[in-house]
Design a protein around this ligand. Structure first.
Ligand SMILES: C[S@@+](CC[C@H](N)C(=O)[O-])C[C@H]1O[C@@H](n2cnc3c(N)ncnc32)[C@H](O)[C@@H]1O
Length: 201
């Protein structure tokens, strides 16, 4: 019998998001006083998610006072919410000039649109529904002058959803930092074979 996927993210997501927030904070702090050549900074979240996630944490439920001495202890899922990567990026001290959120799932796209409304004019946000690789290529083709703009692209897929050629194209600009949350357990290990004969793709 196949298991139903669990709703929400694991507690390790906080470590990822703390690291991202710290990195983005340093990045925009360094670039904010760069003078005439840097006309703007862009944050692209290529697998943006909903903007807020439920965290799965196991917690002991409060013991019930019963008639019997040996009431069994029950585990319950404690509910906590965590800012998703788009909010982490929006809330840094020195914000990016522009934000682009790419997401394929229509429900999450709707949540990102609501997030855009919530921040109003305080941030320049574009939500791009669709496939990350296609949308990243569209951004590269849109004629941004990379001599004068700098960008961070956060690539946080569940699996192997980003072709290597896309990462190469981003690198070629010489102006984009690509921050990859490497899906080692979720994807890479499943493709490794004992023979060591690993397919090119
Ligand atoms: C790991 S979650 C992102 C979590 C988010 N970065 C955060 O930390 O809050 C991956 C997201 O990518 C979306 N997704 C999956 N495949 C995609 C694709 N090919 N293009 C764009 N989004 C995709 C999923 O719907 C999901 O919301």
């Amino acid at each position: 019998m196949s298991k139903k996927p669990k709703d929400g993210v694991g507690p390790w997501a906080k470590e990822k998001l703390d690291a991202l927030g710290e990195y983005l904070g340093f990045y925009t702090k360094v670039l904010k006083n760069q003078g005439w050549w840097c006309k703007g900074t862009i944050y692209v979240d290529a697998f943006a998610g909903p903007g807020r996630s439920k965290v799965r944490t196991k917690a002991k439920a409060a013991p019930e006072i019963g008639l019997f001495d040996s009431e069994p202890e029950t585990d319950a899922e404690a509910v906590a919410y965590l800012k998703g990567s788009p909010r982490v990026a929006l809330d840094i001290e020195n914000p990016f000039t522009r934000y682009v959120f790419i997401e394929r799932n229509p429900e999450r796209v709707a949540e990102l649109e609501a997030l855009k409304e919530e921040y109003g004019d305080s941030r320049r946000i574009v939500v791009r529904p669709g496939d990350a690789a296609t949308e990243l290529q569209a951004i590269l083709d849109s004629g941004i002058d990379w001599k004068h703009y700098r960008a961070v692209i956060f690539v946080d897929p569940f699996g192997m959803h980003i072709p290597w050629s896309t990462l190469e194209a981003l690198a070629k600009t010489g102006a984009i930092e690509v921050f990859v949350n490497f899906p080692l357990g979720m994807a890479i290990q499943r493709f490794l074979v004992r023979s060591g004969d690993i397919r090119e793709n």
